[in-house]
Design a protein around this ligand. Structure first.
Ligand SMILES: Cc1cc2nc3c(=O)[nH]c(=O)nc-3n(C[C@H](O)[C@H](O)[C@H](O)COP(=O)(O)OP(=O)(O)OC[C@H]3O[C@@H](n4cnc5c(N)ncnc54)[C@H](O)[C@@H]3O)c2cc1C
Length: 484
């Protein structure tokens, strides 16, 4: 026996819920199918900090969508479309699809308003995107607004909003294939166990292939099977695989992904309690060395938001796929307690660099030499974490371009890190309405897509907070088209 719906959405993360709400708003009867059990609700979206990059005109503009802040000592510069687009183009080295990028940026603020009306709650992210300097909280890096309660809060809000608007959500519903007509049109989905569910339209929002080691090593390259998964184990590329089998066009950076410095002692899949607390994003205020005690990246090349998503891949290329972040006592107050003081954090401390290296099991002479050379190379004026302060090194390679301070104040503290993969960049090609395109550039009738499995937006790197916004903007569009 098979049931029949107007729209079936595959995947219950942020993009899937947005697509479902949008289809519902346009009159469709909507069923959302989620592979995971309820205890794993929310996909990768659950694991996020809930940070959402959006265009805005400053504090007065975002005031309408956020909870009232506890202080008025706030400096929040406007973040216009030109800057968001510029950031996207710069970090993707000019490769982001121009039309998808324009839509993402142009609809970001309106979509935040739409989410707020659906019942999602937002706040200013004082704890991760601002520092207090001269008595004022100054926001930096083009990112200020996040979901209350992070990804956990966002998914709780999505589940409540779905129930309020009669979006039917079914867990333990593993979609294994698309039902197609003779003309290749999509007419529903097949579930593990053989059940068939018919629908006028299907929206795929089932994430990338980051939790599939075979696909990782096939597309991203050798060694990627060894990366730790930061989020859900259920994003195994199913939607991409079934859409490609139905003739969809692969698009975007299939050899690229979002990956970060991640606690070297973390498990192979995400931790539902700690979620993003296993990230180690404080490296702009210290140095990163490999097992030989050598630096290999410019830790201060830019604000963390613009470098963190590509440095995981750099760490994976170092010996053993590991590295160590090293700080002195001066930097410790700048490290987010949620990350660097999280329960079970992998950490080594010593009053000497020699002792630190010994405890870490890395090259002692190498580390001491690196720090001595680094300290001698530091130049520039006043240290300021809220701007690119230009306090840099001279005469060493790689340079450190900002926030360079000598490591000279014990105790020295080190955090061993490895590569944590967040999500993959390659995926399906969609048109402006979220319809999936085939290899001839024509729409696959009845098939839409949103979220991580859409290709073409991100290449090599990523401006922090763009994934949830992209899933929301394109989820909303795909849901509207699927209902039409
Ligand atoms: C630790 C961490 C922190 C992050 N922090 C941020 C942040 O602060 N801001 C930001 O913008 N982005 C962040 N991201 C990235 C963000 O998670 C993604 O960009 C976004 O959540 C993707 O949403 P989605 O709905 O496409 O995918 P998901 O939220 O992963 O949802 C996909 C869903 O599809 C389901 N599914 C998979 N296969 C099937 C199938 N065959 N049948 C049925 N269901 C299926 C999965 O179980 C999953 O629930 C972070 C990611 C991680 C892991």
């Amino acid at each position: 026996m098979s049931e029949s719906w107007d729209v079936v959405v595959v995947g219950g993360g942020n993009a899937g819920f947005c697509a479902a709400q949008s289809a519902r708003e346009h009159g469709a009867r909507v069923l959302l199918l989620e592979k995971a059990p309820r205890e794993w609700a929310g996909g990768n979206s659950y694991f996020t900090a809930g940070a959402m990059r959006t265009v805005h005109n400053g504090l007065d503009d975002v005031a309408g969508i956020i909870e009232p802040p506890a202080t008025d000592r706030i400096d929040l510069d406007p973040y216009p479309e030109s800057e968001f687009l510029g950031d996207l183009r710069r970090v993707t080295e000019g490769r982001c699809d121009p039309r998808l990028a324009e839509i993402l940026v142009g609809e970001s603020r309106a979509t935040m308003g739409w989410l707020h009306e659906l019942g999602l709650r937002f706040e200013l992210m004082f704890h991760r995107q601002a520092y207090e300097v001269d008595g004022r909280f100054r926001f930096w890096g083009g990112l200020a607004v996040g979901a209350v309660g992070g990804g956990k809060g966002m998914i709780a809000d999505h589940l409540r909003a779905a129930a309020e608007r009669d979006v039917v959500v079914r867990f333990d519903a593993h979609v294994t294939g698309l039902l197609t007509g003779d003309a290749g049109d999509v007419r529903g989905v097949r579930l593990a166990g053989g059940e068939r569910i018919e629908a006028r339209s299907v929206v795929l929002a089932s994430g990338g292939f980051e939790a599939n080691p075979a696909m990782r090593s096939a597309y991203l390259g050798p060694g990627w099977d060894l990366a730790l998964v930061r989020g859900t184990p259920y994003n195994t590329g199913d939607g991409i695989t079934m859409a490609l089998a139905a003739g969809a066009q692969p698009f975007g950076n299939f050899s690229g992904c979002h990956s970060v410095a991640w606690d070297a002692g973390a498990g192979t899949i995400g931790d539902r309690d700690l979620t993003n607390q296993l990230t180690r994003g404080g490296y702009p205020f210290g140095i990163i060395v490999n097992a030989e005690g050598k630096r290999f990246v410019d830790e201060g090349a830019d604000f963390r938001n613009y470098t963190y998503a590509k440095y995981g891949a750099r760490i994976l290329r170092e010996p053993g796929g590991r590295a160590v972040q090293v700080f002195d006592a001066k930097a410790m107050d700048l490290l987010r307690p949620e990350e660097y003081q999280a329960p079970g954090v992998t950490k080594v401390e010593s009053d000497t660099l020699d002792g630190l290296a010994k405890e870490l099991g890395i090259d002692q002479g190498g580390l001491v030499r690196t720090v001595e050379e680094f300290n001698r190379a530091v130049t520039g004026e006043r240290f300021n974490p809220t701007v690119k302060d230009g306090k840099h090194t001279e005469g060493i390679s790689p340079a450190k371009s900002n926030w360079a301070q000598p490591l000279d104040t014990p105790p020295y503290v080190a955090f061993p890190v490895t590569c944590g993969i967040t999500f993959t960049f390659g995926g399906l090609r969609i048109d402006e309405g979220g319809a999936v395109l085939d290899t001839a550039g024509r729409t696959v009738p009845g098939l839409f897509a949103a979220g991580e499995l859409v290709g073409g937006l991100f290449f090599f790197n990523y401006p922090g907070g763009s994934g949830l916004t992209a899933g929301s903007v394109f989820g909303r569009r795909a849901g509207r088209s699927a209902a039409a």
